[in-house]
Design a protein around this ligand. Sequence first.
Ligand code: BGC
Length: 273
Amino acid sequence: MDLQKDKERRMDMYKDLEGKTVVITGGNSGLGRAMAERFGAEKSNVVINYHSNDDNIDEIIEKIENAGGKASSIQGDVGSEEDVKRIIEHAVHTFGSLDVMVNNAGIENEVPSEQLSLDDWNKVINTNLTGQFLGSREAINYMLENDIKGSIINMSSVHQRIPWPHFVHYAASKGGVKLMTETLALEFAPKGIRVNCIAPGAIDTPINAEKFSDPELEKGVLELIPMGYIGKPEEIAACAVWLASKEASYVTGLTLFADGGMTQYPGFQAGKG
Ligand code: BGC
């Protein structure tokens, strides 16, 4: 299935996103890239943050501009308070506002928990949880100061709900993202700032490339997906533009699972259980 060639899929569905400024952390690759390109197709102003690899940036910017959007990139580590402030300032300086903050940057590595070093634990928590907090806080401050009824989208995972041996730091970070999202949603609902998160399942992105290139490992993952295929980044980007748009104006504190049914107890499919 090539969703980019799927003529049924409109890529410019949300007129209110035109001219809105959207910051996407980790927007240079995987889900971040798909979201950057989709917001570009909605003619938004897209700020693509990257940590260290700027290889794809020119290509992504060109794609966004060809689709009628605007784009700019900025290096920065989401775990650094100073860098996150700089990223937000860059967005405001370049495009004059900030309407949507997508806290997407994330990392994972597999280590049996009894061997997990404090350094590895801290790295994952710092990027996946503290980074999303800093991005949310800075965006919310700007929105409050400028009376913007904006939207914050955090990236969680099915592992905010499903335990994941050898990835305890990752699962803990995503569990944290869930309650952080819900707490911020409650706190800023009176100001009209919506805070939601997306919880993807197994998606075809570089973070998973090694795993899915091994047929045995891929088969193991497919058994956990009732819909029977690995998700496409565009299917996650479609959730992000909806959550950011006015169509989701009454939605806050939601975890939008986009996982092909992975969280619906696949072990209990007909005939089992
Ligand atoms: C992880 C993937 C994993 C998926 C399902 C995601 O959060 O990033 O590596 O395949 O969860 O387990």
